[in-house]
Structure formats: structure tokens, C-alpha cells
Design a protein around this ligand. Sequence first.
Ligand code: NAP
Length: 538
Amino acid sequence: MANTPPDFDAVVVGAGFSGMYMLKTLRDKLGLKARVFEAGSNVGGTWYWNRYPGARCDSDSYIYCFTFDRQLLQEWEWSERYPEQPEILRYLEHVAARHDLKRDIQFGTKVTGASFDDTTQLWTVKTDKGDAVTARYVVAAVGTLSATNVPKFEGLESFRGKSYHTSQWPHEGVDFTGKRVGVIGTGATAVQAIPEIAQQAKQLTVFQRTANYCVPARNGKVDPEKVKARKADYDAIVQRIRSSFFGQEHYFIPKSALEATPEEREHEFDRMWDAGGFAFWLGNYQDMFFSAESNRLCADYIERKIRKSVKDPQVAEKLIPKGYAYGTKRQPLDTNYYETFNRDNVRLVDAEADGPIERITPTGVRAGGTDYAFDILVLATGFDAMTGPLKALNIAGRGGAKLEDAWKDGPRTYLGVAVAGFPNLFTITGPQSPSVLTNMPVSIEQHVDWISDCIAHLEANGKRTIEATTEAQDKWVAHVNEIVNMTLMPGANSWYMSANIPGKPKAFLPYLDPEGAGGYRKRCDEVAAKGYEGFALR
Ligand code: NAP
């Protein structure tokens, strides 16, 4: 039994950025036999599913791409600073074709279970298409924001109009012309979608539970000279983003906001605001995530901007966030978001000021005792982040232990890439790794490279399994929590803190390394250099 050859060396779940590069590495670098299962009918992952109006990347395109293919970095031309979803999908399709990836991807196939056999030391991966294949390694490349959160609104199924979740958007698009539309949610997705829908709809009503601090994206064409200079500098850019804090070219101002004079501060805030994008969030004063006082100065600045953009002071007041620190929820980037509330066809229903959503009715939404009628309802209500997509795989490790049970009080991982009791299972940008706090392709490539080096090490040393030790995992979990508790992050009801899903155990989902993603990369490399310290290799 123990010598039964597996169907595949590795099974990869998901064909987004991470699954594509994992396949490329396993197959073309290590020469292994790999199979990718992908639920969608094409590559793209998040960019395959999220087709809502206004969907675009929030990181600058010149760094929101693969860096393993240096030639492609030179050849590919992005049309804008933040390309729209169709363009990113085209890019990923191009990569798939260029590296002949599709021949090893089984599309339209959802993984329904993965279990480890202690005797054969193989995984069996089952799918909704009836596959049951064995493999030595399983790599979860399922993404961090791919398990859709549809809140259990009473009466949701009774709604007689059309309703759509932004992450399950129809491929043919939705025509809002002449329609009364309700949007539930004001996260990064809604902030992109609302200005676009408002331009088409007869009337748009936005249901806000928590106001967000939005900063301008400042999208547009990139100066061709800048593009040329970046292409000439790509080797250095790649080095910089890999060692940077957030996988971006943003660097903290190396002092406290409280040390700066009011004039200096205003000048810096203006500079970051004018630069657009994540500059204000990730390139702010270094104590912005730690000091409530410094943070307040940033928040005050944004509040002034909101009051300036929104004509009706009562609406502006509702749009001003309250009760949590700036930056502790994911920064939404906006293009005319606040200005959209100046339109005659747009109204804001705020849970606090106007009353929360009570139920969905056959004709619309009842909130704060008022009925709102809609033809179309858009749920921009986010995801069961990070742990959701992994739990959905029904993973059973050693002795049949379920991942779901192992994580009943929140995720427990080692380095965010492995879980004690689940040998030869790797999680790309998994919980308790920097992942969502960074520019995702940078963290994805880091994990894929680390995993493939690890597998190469096992192969070269005749080891059949690698498994995180409980001791190393316990230390890692404690470390992740210790660091985040020094910051202002736990004070927000964010999806980072698992607070968006009722009943989800409160836990910080990613990992904030004191030296950022660059520091985390060093840690992972040191673990490998020490013969995979904290892992048992057998
Ligand atoms: P989200 O940030 O979780 O926002 C969901 C929204 O729905 C929030 O406003 C939330 O309110 C509201 N909501 C959830 N359940 C509700 C309920 N039961 N009743 C009323 N309101 C409810 O989700 P998202 O906007 O889809 O964004 C998720 C993440 O995806 C982002 O943070 C970002 O990381 C990523 N994203 C990336 C891009 C990009 O880079 N291109 C674009 C969009 C999204 P509360 O705030 O009160 O929970």
C-alpha cells in the first residue's frame, strides 16, 4: 500500500495568480506532475469572479503582476495606473497561454474534500465532478477573499427583483438603466461600484452599516516616460517591493505625526492625498497604526476632505467614520465616491442615523421602519475572509482530524503556510501570513517560491512528508497576536479581525511582521536555511 504511486505529485486548488504560478513552478521548474482544479471556467481567480462595475485593481499595475517572467514585464503594456478587471483577466489569460498552463488545469471543477491517509501518506482530493485523485502534496491556492458572504437577511429569498453579490457577477453584465437600485455595503468593492452604478441607475440607495475612510485613487494614463523608466528599472523595483513593508513602493515617514509641525503635517498629508492610491495609508507617519493621537490627525484630515466633497452637511456627517481608527479597515480607493452622494438620484441610508436593515421584502429593503423599493439589489457584503475558502475544502489531516475543528477558535498555522496535523499541505497567502496586508502578487510569489524550494528539498533528501510542529505553531500564533495587539487594528470591526461574519471567532487573520512583508520573507528564508526549523520532516 505504502508504495502505491499517486495519480499526481501535487494537486493545486485554484487557478488565480497563486495557482497559476504554483503550477508553473511545480511542473516547469521541479518537473513534477501537477493537476490544478478550478471552479471557474477560466483562469483568473478573483479577477474571474469579481466583474461588478468599476472593479479594478487597487495597487499600481506596474507592480500588480508576476515578476517571475522578466520578459513579460518588458512586453506587457498596462493601459492605466489601476487596470480594470477585464484587462487583468486578459493579462492572466495571456500568462496562461504563454506558459501553456491550461493543459494541466481542470476547469469547472470544485474541490469538495481532501483527506490525508496516514498509511500511504498520500492525499486524496475529491471534486464535484466525481474525481478522487491521489497526490503527495496539496497546495491550496484558493485566494483570501473568495468565499462569498451573503448575510442571512430575513426575507432575502422573497425579493422579487434581481439580486447580485458583487463577487458572483453575471458575465454578461447588469444593465441598471432606468432601474431603482439598492446597494448594501460600503467596503472597497462598493466604493468602486457605487459611482459607476449611480451614473446608470434611475435611483440608487446605499445602505451603510459602517462608514469608511476613502482616499482618492487618482487613476489615469501613466506618463509614457514614467513607464519607460520603470521598465528600465524593473530589476531594482522587484528587489525593492520584495524587501518592502507592504510589497509596494510606499515607505513610512520615519517619525511620529506628533513630532511634525502642523504646517509640515498638512504639507505631507496633501502630498500623500495628491499622490492618490495607498500612499496615504501605507506611506504615512510611522506611528499611524500605533498611536491613537497620531492616527486622529490623519482621520481629521480625511474628515475635512469629506466635508468639502459632500454638499449636504447631514449626508457628510453620516459618511464620516466613527468609532475606529483610520486605516484599521482595508483602505478603499475612490473615484468620485463622496461626490456621488451629491447627485439627485443617490441617497444614503445609514444604520446608525436612519436605522439598520431589518429585512428584505418582496419589493426591496426595510430599514429603520421605512420600506425602500428596488428593481435590483446589489450585495457588496464581502467575504468570509482567509479561513473561509480553506474551510470550504473539507480538509481532513492526520487521523481524520478536520481543519474546521482545528480552527474552531480561529486559524492556527505556522508561518501562515502550513498547519500542524496536516502534512504536505501548503496554503499560499494563508491566514497568519502578511498576504492581504500586502500587494498580493508579491506575497504570492514569495510563498510559491518558498513552497517549491521546500518540495525540492524533500525530494532531494528522500523525505516523504513535512509537517509543522505543534510547538512551532503555538509560538507563531502567539507571536501573530502579540504583534497585532500592539497596534490599533483590534479596535475595528473589520474582516481582518473576523468581525464581519456573525459567530466567526474573533482573530486577526493576516500577520503584521514588525519589519513588514520583507521581514517576513527573511523569517521564512531563515526557517528553510535551518533545515526547515519548526517542521518535522520524515
Ligand atoms: P467588505 O470590505 O467586507 O465590505 C462589506 C460591506 O458590507 C461593509 O460595508 C459591511 O459593513 C457591509 N455588510 C456586511 N454584512 C452586512 C450586514 N449584515 N448588514 C449590513 N451591511 C453589511 O467587502 P468588500 O467591499 O467586498 O471588500 C473586501 C475586500 O476585497 C477588500 O477589503 C479588499 O481587500 C478586497 N478588494 C480589493 C479590491 C481591489 O484591490 N481591486 C477591490 C475591492 C475589494 P461593515 O463595515 O459594518 O462590516
